[in-house]
Design a protein around this ligand. Structure first.
Ligand code: GAP
Length: 471
């Protein structure tokens, strides 16, 4: 199993991800995407967008991050979007009570104390009130990871929404929130979209956008951050059909990750036993990160909770009227809610590979990011074999021609083996080399990242060769 630090260090060294405002010491829970990271991120989002909206029954929106504050009253976030928080009196460290217990359970499992771990896990799954978490923490004498002390405060609720103000006056009436999920931007636009795009249930609305949560503890690189991106789709259906659509979307979403090259052995389902206030069925797709399995996407059957609640709070009808069949209803919703940054991080972990190879009689370790070619930040690199005899000029021309179609790099520095290694480490699926023969017959070698095998093809066929293999 790779270490998370290995991924973080590669991500920084090669320009995938940097700590936000690093020159000031960074800001906990915020990250910046570098030149390669933004390409991977955009490819990931684009692949999702194509999958979800290049079909008859789903259209997209891009809603504002700051919404009318009543949105969050209607959605239940003002009253309920909080995590149970506990402070250690000795270290003053603050924890999410359920996470503290989960980590303790994991520690017990690592020590093969599975009976005790199961006992505590059963209690955790049943915990509903702050008191329940407190009783587990104190009852099992769970210690603070910083101070080792068992001196705990009560468990309190902490609302995760970031607040800010609209306009110059900072008071209650001007308070707004940075959206904690993109979904509500879809719900409040349900009628606008249905009417303007002439959709009728079953149909979906998709959106990719930022969300913000003032998480008590951020951790594990991009896994739990305070600013992140979501790719969400709400599918509006006739009440009563939710079980079938729920199964349909589970299958669709699982298969999408496989299509993107995710290893099925690293994926698993988690069925929610405790359901959110709006859901009647819910599952997560989990990926095995270096620190263990964690959710990358949730599929939720949200009933008509959101539309009905917005209808009540806004006074505006949010129903579908079927004039042909004399039917009217507030649609039920199946939601697919994936984290972009979590998915991005899963793709980094999924792609990372080290293998021993022998080159020029020497054994070395090749680090290779085995990204799906559609996701790879750079599709193609072009090299002259040597920096003389007209090869650089020839190679540079190929590079400029192909750059119009694919993200392409040109590299002349170091031995050819080193140049391959540099591209392997960022996951470039194809490397084209211009050599002596190119100058004679206009053919090049094209090397495949995964097999390291080379084909010799005419220069005029490079684009076609790549296009055939990219999907
Ligand atoms: N609209 C439903 C919703 O937001 P969620 O399970 O709270 O459901 C959906 O979030 C996805 O958003 C998660 O599966 C995860 O990938 C991502 N996500 C949630 N909180 C996150 C955080 N603090 N940092 C990074 N990604 C997060």
């Amino acid at each position: 199993m790779i270490k998370l630090d290995t991924i973080i260090s590669l991500a920084k060294r090669r320009g995938f991800v940097f700590q936000s405002s690093e020159i000031y010491g960074g800001l906990n829970g915020f990250w910046d995407y570098g030149p390669l990271g933004v390409e991977l991120l955009n490819n990931y989002k684009q692949a999702w967008w194509r999958e979800m909206t290049y079909r008859d029954d789903i259209v997209g929106v891009d809603a504002a991050i700051i919404m009318h504050p009543k949105t969050w009253v209607a959605s239940g976030h003002v009253a309920q979007f909080s995590d149970p928080m506990i402070d250690n009196k000795t270290s003053k460290a603050r924890y999410r009570a359920d996470n503290l217990i989960e980590e303790y359970i994991q520690k017990l499992r690592n020590k093969n104390k599975n009976d005790l771990a199961n006992e505590i896990e059963t209690k955790l799954n049943k915990a509903e009130k702050n008191e329940d978490y407190y009783n587990i923490i104190t009852g099992y004498q769970i210690t603070c990871p910083v101070s080792g002390s068992t001196e705990w405060t009560e468990v309190r609720n902490f609302n995760l929404m970031f607040k800010t103000f609209v306009g110059p006056v900072e008071d209650e009436s001007s308070t707004v929130y940075l959206r904690p999920e993109s979904a509500q931007g879809i719900f409040v636009n349900f009628k606008n979209v249905m009417d303007s795009a002439r959709m009728r249930p079953p149909f979906g609305i998709a959106q990719i956008g930022k969300a913000f949560r003032n998480e008590i503890n951020t951790k594990n690189f991009l896994f739990r951050t305070r600013e992140f991106e979501q790719m969400e789709m709400q599918y509006f259906i006739k009440p009563g059909s939710e079980k079938d659509w729920f199964e349909y979307w589970k299958e669709q979403r699982w298969n999408w990750y496989l299509k993107m090259g995710m290893k099925e052995s690293k994926m698993k389902w988690k069925v929610h036993e405790k359901l959110a206030h709006y859901a009647n069925y819910a599952v997560d797709i989990e990926f095995e990160f270096p620190f263990g399995f964690g959710e990358i996407e949730g599929i939720h059957s949200r009933t008509d909770f959101d539309l009905s609640s917005h209808q009540n709070h806004s006074g505006k009808k949010l129903e579908y009227v079927d004039t042909v069949n004399q039917d009217r209803f507030v649609p039920y919703v199946i939601e697919t809610s994936g984290g972009v940054s979590r998915g991005f991080m899963a793709m980094l972990c999924n792609a990372y590979d080290e293998e021993k190879i022998t080159e020029d009689g020497k054994e070395e370790t090749r680090v290779v990011m085995r990204f799906h070619p559609r996701l790879a930040p750079i599709t193609l690199a072009v090299f002259p074999l040597v920096n003389k005899d007209g090869m650089p000029e020839y190679a540079h021309k190929i590079y400029k021609d192909l750059q119009k179609y694919f993200p392409t790099q040109y590299d002349t520095s170091g031995a050819i083996g080193r140049r391959y290694r540099r591209q392997d480490e960022i996951g470039t699926p194809f490397c084209v080399t211009v050599d002596g023969q190119t100058l004679e017959d206009h053919s090049v070698t094209i090397r495949n990242r995964d097999s390291m095998l080379q084909d010799r093809i005419p220069v005029s066929k490079i684009k076609e060769y790549i296009e055939e293999r990219i999907d």
